[in-house]
Design a protein around this ligand. Sequence first.
Ligand code: GAL
Length: 672
Amino acid sequence: MSPAGRLWERLGGRIAFGGDYNPEQWPEATWAEDVELMQAAGVNLVTVGVFSWAMLEPRPGELDFGWLDRVVDLLHEGGIAVDLATATASPPPWLAARHPESLPVTRDGVRLSTGSRQAYCPSSPAYREAAVRMATAMAERYGQHPALALWHVNNEYGAHTPACYCDVSARDFRAWLERRYGDLAALNAAWGTAFWSQRYGAWDEIQPPRLAPYSSNPVQELDFHRFSSDALLACYELEREVLGRLTPQVPVTTNFMGLFEPLDYWDWAAREDVVSHDAYPDPEDPVSHVDAALAADLMRSLRLGQPWMLMEQAASAVNWRPRNRPKRPGAMRRISLQAVARGADAIMYFQWRAARRGSERFHSAMLPHAGTRSRVHGEIRALGAELGRLAPVVGARVPAQVALLHAWDSWWGLEAPDHPSTELRLADRIRDHYRPLWDANVPIDVRPPGADLSAYRLVVVPNLYLLSAEAAAGLERYVAAGGHLLVSFFSGVVDEQDAVFAGGWPGPLREVLGLAVEEHWPLAPGETLGLRGPDGTVLGTASQWTEVVIPAGAEVVAQLAGGDLSGGPAVTRHRHGDGVATYVATRPDPDAMAALLAAACADAGVDGPPLQAPPGVEVVRRGDAVFLLNHTGEAVTVPLARSAASLLDGTRHEEAVELAPGGAEVLAEPAA
Ligand code: GAL
């Protein structure tokens, strides 16, 4: 059995339900009540120790595990399993007092201070040694404890300190560069240091891209992103090594943050036993559930469809936005069921009991300040009971026929300065591609460039600025073998060293796409052009970006109407081998984008959803179950082809499922 499998076996095959538990913030008299209330709410797993380092090691080397022993024992007696943090997310103040150099330094040279959290330089030997000592002590102390179900390494790596620009980081950056390039000549070539007198004659002349008079070298920036993701990953690996050695039987995770720019989660996820994710969709944003679905799909995809954990969400409001609205009644349930639909086998929260002190005292919790009779706690208990009935979906897969390509290094490169436009944001562009597919209830996996794509009927590539020869060759083979590919503008512009492809773009994809892009022609904010079919049919509008596209075999499907490039190709289609490759050289409006993607799905033979539902109703199949989530404020009816039973309460729906505004249902079997 896989280590992750052991976690759910430990939970009796049930969905994990619980949250961060910070008993050290409360008098010991509260703990027994906590456990009782957890039991009443159906909690079976809690995360302990995330920010406990200063309480566990009050002075350097002086360990005080007594209180944690009692907490873990108490939870165990109450039948609640423990996701035990290694407690290294926030070093105690003594670390900075003894090692001021362990505090992180910003790009403009400011050394950050203590009194908050995550105040450490990822490359700091003092931090790393202390963290490894702590992780070792935790593993030695609790490795055999029967309550221990999962290791939670650190917490949200990079959330506040994604990179450090101090001298220690500079030294590690140089070592990283030496490993990458071998010698200075190779570095000088890759970084293009012939430009602006940047040539390096010795390794120690190289610095992180600190605040400089003008633009920094783009490859120095890109490599520093790579290095910074790796520096934090090295911290994780140091702890993971200890845990793997001392407790090989216990699965290990560290919590991610969805589409989080600083860390290359493809690299990270490969080193975890189970992916876990923290999701805080904004209750004030009417479409935040679409972003939540995208993040969920990414989390499921990071380990090839393996079930993942929603490690943190808010029971209601958070404290860290300028205005923090509570979740409306039913919203927390619906968004939790959405996570399960999209592959989560754990629904957890930050946090169990609302804090009375500290920066997060206005953050909601499973047990709010208002107590057990509150609305929020009532919804928590009801959801705990419902999740208890969803055991049949545990371990089940979410099938997808469409893949969306995403790469972190390309993201870092794309959003760098000195481009034809600095107004492109990859997350927005991914949303432009994701939203129409979400609306159509087409399931999506996210894959890295270079992945095996043969299982997918359609591959969507939003703005893959940086393209390796290997990834391009993979895409060519995919199309030649009959695959359908849709590539959006400003893709295939540079290679892995950010060197611009010569001879037109998208560099090594020109042949597959049957065209060459000669010039990038960005549009001003608010500038909108028409999109017309070759016969003049109105297809919609285009904004943000246009390109001078020279077809070389590709057929023009849409043209620009108006603007400097009026009449030029906006969308093209090219047969290559047994497949078809579409290029989108602009940003179509949402309806035009939806039409394009619908045509691509039809062309590629992508199956429709298991049920046809009104707009705003999410339909997801997971294993044999079908989840229906009504994200609208209206009651809706979803017709059934044949009767189906509810997994949540056993109700038999004959001809249709009636969903209340914001309501949800889970059908036990495919009803189409
Ligand atoms: C997360 C963090 C938690 C808590 C939460 C509040 O980023 O991991 O510890 O701070 O946010 O929303």
